[in-house]
Design a protein around this ligand. Sequence first.
Ligand code: PEP
Ligand code: MG
Length: 754
Amino acid sequence: MKSPAVNQAMEILREMRQITGGNYPIQEKLEQIVALIARKMSADAANCYVAVDDYTLELFASYGFNAGVSHKVYMRYGEGLVGEVAQNNHSLAVADAWKHSKFSYKPELGEDNLKSFLGVPLIRWNRAVGVLTIQNHKIHNYSAAEIESLETVAMILSELLASDEMTEYKKELSRTRGQADREKVKGVSLSKGYGLGNAVVHRRRQAVTQIFAEDIQKELRRLEIAHQTMNEDLEKKFNSTRLGIGEHVEILDAYRMFAQDKGWYKKIADNVNGGLTAEAAVERAYEDMWKRLSGTTDTYLKERLHDLRDVADRLQSYLRGDYGAIENITSDDIIVVALSMGPADLMDYDYTKIRGLIIEDGTPTMHVAIVAKALGIPVVAKIKGIFSEIKTGELLAIDGNDGYVYQNPSALVQKRFHEKIAEKIRLQAKLEELRDKPSVTKDGKKINLSINVGLAFDLDYIASTNCDGVGLYRTEIPFMASEVMPDVERQQKYYQELMDKAGDKKVIFRSLDVGSDKLLPYWANMGEENPAIGWRSIRITLDRRAILRKQVRAFLRAADGKELNVMFPMISNLSEFEEAKETLLIELEKEKRRGRGVPRKVNVGLMIEVPALLFQLDAILKKADFISIGTNDLAQFIFACDRGNPRLTERYDVLSSPFLTMMGEIIEKADKYGVYCSVCGEMAGNPIEAMALIGLGYRNLSMSGSSFGRIKSMVRSANAEQLKDYIHTLLKSQKKSLRPQLISYACDHGIEIY
Ligand code: PEP
Ligand code: MG
């Protein structure tokens, strides 16, 4: 004899089979199925949620709730009772759902009168790919038989979810959503932030039509007037006090000098004297320079070519007399779209109105990107064909965090962008409010929060964030920005400036970390096949010892009378560390012999970036004064996954058991030896990841200045001891990512992770 549960399930399955075999759309089938289940199981309501990605469940069909809610309600894995069922891959029966700690009220559903809840997972390959629920108005203890019935039905429904019909339907849904947002296109983010505004297509270049001059004297006069007016205008534009100080101002100054360069002007005038029109002469001068420099792999010189192209285009527009055209913009919120662009072009617009910048041919080292970043303008680049597609006036939304551009965004997307922009303003205000509050968890654990410094404007974050120190000074950045290798005096000046700005705060200098993606303009590209694991970083400075000696001498001098902390990057074994440390100690002795002042104390540490070190950690910790974990490089080597390859960015997660277990072992050992240990890779600047690090026992985090406020509010809303317990349980899970669970944990425990 079959059990009542089996009988009930069999009855439902029989009718379900008729529905699934029917010749009508799958959406209708799902709706009929949930209605059938509710009816047969004497429930007042039923829902079917389907996973749309690794973290999200979408309501696909419902019965007994408000009309039209399908495809409008979303739940994270772990969120509410439905998310709980999906996350644990386990059925859940609750007599009074409202009293359950996990209950999450969704007003749009209209579930106010529903009390009891039964949810079962829709399982495929051991993973919940959806959730089926029934609910009742009255408080009701679902029996074992009812649970078994629903689980049996769920098995069959899972088959339907895995069918080709469903796969096609999901594809179709995402296609139509994409169309509603009229093309959401992916590019590369060069500056973070969100912006919404009307497109202004930046066109400057036009073909030169008249090549030969009819009257050379007249051409020379035209050239002189255009050149002079252009330079006067540049003076006015760049003298804005609102630009503040920093590297972007240096870039603009360099540009202005370029435009005033006498050699360049003379070349153009010579070309006119040779019979060309002023326009053709400008082009010829550019082409000559291009021929000389275009073969170079040198990024610095390439940037100079960009600047030259930009100045040439600017001069052309003055010759044509159409330079004022872009001032006739009425919108207060604009998104500039350009094929390519120089830093000065950006200043042609009222930059207080620029909400975003899209550069089809943009690169991260492009000067306009650096200037835009300093001005807080989001930038997205490398979207093929976007320049010719977008028309001036069109509404655009730009997501500089993930590198997306939405053309004519739907009302929903616009709403989301308005919220994100408002959120940013709120965050800014919050940061100011938090500035003088301690970075202490709810259970009283002090978390030292430092910032990473590289570009000149990063120095301003020391005061604005009121951080505990500078956990990483990337000394290679001033080396990269310089035209020649800076000598000891010049370096000392940079380091001194940082020490002065930091006052009593701890500063950690990192020795030159060049190579891989960080190339020096005055060094030829090595042309290595695998530069990330090539001759880079400490490998270069140990082989070219004079560079290291000079740099540590500059460190010692800049820290005269103070505490000096120096760390060496990309160390692969203890011997390399010892060699580097010895170089520093020899220089220290030399300085003393020279009768110079020296630091009050010198601490020497290293970065943990190469996995081999993890097998020599005890020996390292006996010798190092401190360690700092460069999770960017460490993760790329642990997962054998290029950190700069966009195709791989979401493939492996540092929030997974192997990586977190390793991080847990490092901090445990460092604590055992009493060695200061911090994290200075991107992990420390991302709230959810930093939260996991605190759970593992990390108490020193160093991040970019722009992430500081979010991390501080996360710290102040977290409980370190509770996190510790949770993370250690979580580490047992072998899922490819523990991110959804950690996000749910943060949401459930009121930890601010946004
Ligand atoms: C790292 O690798 O995590 C790190 C901080 O160094 P960089 O990003 O400068 O390589
Ligand atoms: Mg690194």
